[in-house]
Design a protein around this ligand. Structure first.
Ligand code: KG4
Ligand code: ZN
Length: 331
C-alpha cells in the first residue's frame, strides 16, 4: 500500500511516499530554518507564507522521486495537529485536495504520534508494546504504546518542552537556532563544571519540568558576565545536557521497570542527541533493555513518519472523515 503524506505543522514543508508503513519511496523536506534563524525561533506568519510557496513543489517532487504516478497512491495523509494553525491548514488543505483529485481516502494524523512511527521505518522488525519517550521542540511525553494505534499518556512536561529548553539556553548563550544540535556538538568538547538541578518533581511522578533548569543555566551565565568572569561554553553545554539526560533516562527506565517492558523507543528532534543516545545505549547494555531511535533524518520533522502513522490508522479501519486543523490536538 502506497501512502503519500504531507507534514507542515511548524517550519518544515515535507512530503513523502511510504510503502506499507515501513519503506520510504521518497522523502522531501524543505526546511525554513534559514528564514527563522535571525529571529531566534519560528515566526508563525512567515512560516505559513513559506508553506504556501513550497507546498506544490514539495508534494509533486515526492511523487516524482517515488517514481510513481499520482494514481498509484492508495491513501493520502497529513498532520492535523498539534502545531501552528496557519501552517497546518496549508498542508492539510493541499493533501485533501490531492486526495480528492485522485479519488482516494484521506486521513489526518497526530504529529506527536507520527514521531514515534519514524521508528517503524528505521527498525523494520520493531513492534509494540514498548515505552515511548517523545522529546521534541514542542512536546515532551512518556507513553505506553500498547499497539500500533493505541497508547497511554503517562507523563508530560509541565512547562517547557525539552527541545524548547535547549533552544532557549542556546539563545541565552548567544548560539544559533535551533540550539539543540549546537549544544549537542559543544557538549562533546566540555566537562560538567556546574551541577545544575535535576528536577524530578514529586516522588513517583513521570512528569517533567525543564524551565527551572533553563533558568538556572541562564542565571549562571548572567552572574558570570556581571562579575566579568570567564566560562567555557562547552562546559555549560555539557553541564546542561547532563542534567537533561539524567532526568529523561531516570524516568524512562523507572517506567519500563514498572510496566515490565524491555523495549524503549525514543522519538522527536531531541532523540537525535548524541549524549542521550549513548547514555541510553549504556544503560541498555547493563539492564538488558532494547533501545530504539530513528535514523538522524527521521528524528526531526518529516512526512515519512506521518505516512507511517496514517498507514496504521488505516489498517485499524473505522477512522471517519472528520479531519480538521487542531493546533492543540493532544495525544
Ligand atoms: O521534532 P522536531 O523537529 O519539532 C517539533 O515537533 O517540535 O524537534 C525540533 C527540536 C528543536 O528544539 C531542536 O533544538 C531539537 O529538536 N534538536 C536537538 C537535536 N537536534 C534537534 N536537541 C538536542 N540535540 C540534538 N542533536
Ligand atoms: Zn515534530
Amino acid at each position: 500500500m502506497k501512502v503519500l503524506a504531507i507534514e507542515s505543522s511548524c517550519d518544515e514543508t515535507a512530503a513523502s511516499v511510504v510503502e506499507d508503513g515501513r519503506h520510504i519511496l521518497s522523502n522531501v523536506v524543505a526546511s525554513q530554518i534559514k528564514t527563522h534563524e535571525k529571529f531566534g525561533g519560528v515566526v508563525p506568519e512567515i512560516a505559513s507564507r513559506q508553506h504556501v510557496e513550497a507546498i506544490n513543489r514539495v508534494l509533486f517532487k515526492a511523487v516524482e522521486d517515488a517514481k510513481i504516478k499520482p494514481e498509484d497512491i492508495d491513501l493520502v495523509v497529513a498532520t492535523m495537529g498539534p502545531g501552528l494553525v496557519g501552517a497546518l491548514l496549508i498542508g492539510l488543505s493541499a493533501a485533501k485536495a490531492f486526495a480528492y483529485g485522485i479519488g482516494r481516502k484521506f486521513i489526518g494524523v497526530n504529529h506527536i504520534y507520527g514521531h514515534v512511527c519514524a521508528n517503524y521505518i528505521t527498525h523494520k522488525n520493531l513492534e509494540p508494546p514498548f515505552v515511548g519517550l517523545i522529546v521534541s521542540g514542542g512536546h515532551t511525553y512518556l507513553i505506553k504504546v500498547n499497539n500500533y494505534v493505541d497508547f497511554e499518556l503517562i507523563g508530560r512536561t509541565r512547562d517547557d518542552a525539552c527541545g524548547e529548553a535547549y533552544d532557549k539556553v542556546a539563545r541565552a548563550i548567544g548560539l544559533g537556532y535551533p540550539g539543540g544540535p549546537i549544544i549537542d556538538r559543544l557538549a562533546t568538547e566540555g566537562i560538567e563544571s556546574v551541577q545544575f538541578p535535576r528536577v524530578m518533581l514529586e516522588e513517583g511522578s513521570y512528569d517533567f519540568s525543564f524551565s527551572g533548569l533553563k533558568t538556572a543555566v541562564i542565571n549562571y551565565i548572567h552572574n558570570k558576565e556581571q562579575r566579568n568572569e570567564e566560562y567555557r561554553v562547552e562546559d555549560i553545554a555539557k553541564s546542561f545536557q547532563n542534567a537533561v539526560i539524567d532526568v529523561l533516562v531516570d524516568k524512562t527506565l523507572r517506567l519500563a521497570d514498572e510496566l515490565n517492558l524491555n523495549k524503549i523507543v525514543l522519538a522527536g528532534g531531541v532523540s537525535a542527541n548524541s549524549g542521550l543516545r549513548s547514555r541510553f545505549e549504556e544503560v541498555a547494555k547493563k539492564d538488558n533493555l532494547e533501545i530504539y531511535y530513528p535514523e538522524l533524518s527521521l528524528c526531526t520533522d518529516n512526512a515519512a513518519m506521518i505516512a507511517s502513522a496514517g498507514y496504521y490508522v488505516h489498517k485499524r479501519g473505522d477512522y471517519g472523515t472528520r479531519f480538521y486543523a487542531n493546533p492543540n490536538l493532544s495525544l
